[in-house]
Design a protein around this ligand. Structure first.
Ligand code: NAD
Length: 493
């Protein structure tokens, strides 16, 4: 059998494809086949420096002088190009991260909406006239771009999570240096070509690839950066925030989660079971909003477990590019080992494996069975820590107060759900959950206009929604004296 072809990719700096300054490269593997499939530049701090310099120069050039209407036009053109190439980009993402082609195709189909949404607001971000109580002054504000945005992105949804940063940042006039995950550099490099084709000036959008933490560290600590926008683990997010703070730079952080799905006895259990499956087994559980803690009212606990196990048994695992597949492999070997070690810890802690709990080596690739754990409780690692895999921890509760207490008994606060047919209870409980997104009788849906982010260790700031544009601006206050009369120079005016 001949080895599959390995494609070569280049970084993207100042409008041009180029190798790493050192000439080094590394290999990205396909998690399903295990085969090497892409050779990518292994950049370092000098490449970050070159990209930041280009991004700063773009702010001082044609891009910096553009009006919002012109930026909007470029963003709309980019959206059209993404729509044109959605299938190809989805295929690249699936090859890189092993997630289902049908999941990545769905994301890529929706992706243009982010660029259209923020294009629609690129020319509408006005300031305010401020009433100051001083009749001799006109006072107004304006929002100016923070400058160069350093965007650091994880492997699970590379282009979607990049869009959450790039679309608003470009809309307000920032430039970007992007660091994709080591595991999934390819779709971002292909995307950079579309940015060029759309007509964005050189230096507005740059991509530096590299293995290990070096590029991310160099980017988050670079003094030429105006803001860091990071999506990834809580542990690395903390390091990024500390690095940015040393330069007194802001950091927008989207981090990990351990989200609770609360299922009351009066819920439609068929829908709730489907929502539990969507929350923890879709994307092989590799999503920050995975609903990994399933809190079920005791009266219906066993029935819900049975329903979820019955559906989990029928989940079709296999080739991520087969449209019939429902769960693909996990993305990389470290993640595979980590998930299995969490399942082992649950067994050691006395939890029951109601379904799954093993690797599935016969399928090839890094497959872990959809796993349902019962008899779990706070204090167990599978309940307290993010696993980022297809592992659901079920816990019973007796009443509403206990459900809320269990849901909030977490260092994380990214998302959650309430399943009930009682409308008062639904809103009451949603209000008490300390998390950035709560779904009622639903799970795992996002939109460009809907703010997204975490409480507690799940993050800082919000992506999506109009307000996220302000994350990428400095507010300037301008005072205009209207009388020309000299004032007492020794008092505050
Ligand atoms: P990760 O934290 O390991 O890596 C994220 C990115 O940071 C990668 O590009 C990585 O190369 C880079 N990086 C690594 N070390 C760095 C350092 N010291 N300084 C700067 N950058 C560094 O996360 P991951 O494994 O790629 O992704 C999974 C994690 O991402 C999970 O915890 C998940 O919950 C989280 N996530 C959060 C969201 C959200 O919106 N809240 C969305 C998706 C994923």
């Amino acid at each position: 059998m001949t080895a599959p072809e390995v494609h070569d990719w280049q970084m993207f700096i100042d409008g041009a494809a180029r190798p790493a300054t050192s000439g080094a490269t590394y290999i990205s593997t396909d998690p399903y086949t295990g085969a090497d499939w892409a050779r990518v530049p292994d950049g370092d701090a000098s490449d970050v420096d070159a990209a930041v310099t280009a991004a700063q120069a773009a702010l001082d050039g044609r891009w910096g002088a553009m009006q919002g209407t012109e930026r909007a036009r470029l963003l709309r053109r980019l959206a059209e190009l993404i729509a044109r190439d959605a299938e190809r980009l989805a295929d690249l993402e699936s090859r890189d991260n092993g997630k289902l082609l049908r999941e990545m195709a769905g994301q890529l189909k929706a992706l243009p909406e982010w660029y259209y949404f923020f294009a629609g607001h690129a020319d509408k971000l006005g300031g305010e006239v401020i009433p100051t109580g001083k009749s001799n002054y006109l006072c107004y504000t304006q929002h100016e771009p923070v400058g160069v945005v350093g965007a650091i992105v994880p492997w699970n949804s590379p282009l979607l999570l990049l869009a959450w940063k790039a679309a608003p940042a470009l809309a307000v006039g920032c430039t970007l240096v992007v660091k994709p995950s080591d595991y999934t550099p390819v779709s971002t490099l292909a995307f950079a070509e579309l940015v060029r084709e759309a007509g964005f000036p050189p230096g507005v959008f740059n991509v530096v690839t590299g293995q290990g933490p070096a590029v991310g560290q160099a980017l988050s600590s670079h003094p030429g950066i105006g803001k860091i926008a990071f999506t990834g683990s809580t542990q690395v997010g903390r390091q990024v925030a500390i690095a940015a703070a040393r330069n007194l730079n802001g950091a927008l952080l989207e981090l990990g989660g351990k989200s609770a799905q609360i299922v009351f006895a009066d819920a439609d259990l068929a829908l709730a079971a489907n929502g539990v499956i969507a929350g923890i087994f879709a994307a092989t559980g590799q999503t920050c909003i995975a609903g990994s803690r399933i809190l079920v009212q005791a009266d219906v606990h066993d029935e819900l477990v049975d329903r979820v196990v019955e559906r989990a048994r029928r989940i079709k695992m296999g080739d991520p590019r087969d449209p019939a597949t429902e769960m693909g492999p996990v993305s990389n070997a470290a993640q595979f080992d980590r998930i299995l070690s969490y399942i082992a810890s649950a067994r050691d802690d006395g939890a029951t494996v109601a379904h799954g709990g093993r690797a599935a080596p016969d399928l090839g690739g890094l497959f872990v069975e959809p796993t349902v754990l019962t008899g779990t409780r706070p204090g167990m690692r599978v309940v307290d820590e993010e696993i980022f895999g297809p592992v659901a921890a079920f816990m019973p509760f007796t009443d509403e107060a206990e459900a809320v207490k269990l849901a909030n008994d977490s260092d994380f606060g990214l998302a959650g759900a309430v399943w009930t047919q009682n409308v008062q209870k639904a809103h009451r409980v949603a209000a008490k959950i300390k998390a950035g997104s709560v779904w009622i009788n639903a799970y795992r849906t996002v939109a460009p206009g809907a703010p997204f982010g975490g409480y507690k260790s799940s993050g800082l700031g919000r992506e999506n929604g109009l307000a996220t544009m302000l994350e990428y601006t400095e507010t300037k206050t301008v005072w205009v004296e209207l009388t020309g009369v000299p004032r007492d120079p020794f008092t505050l005016g």
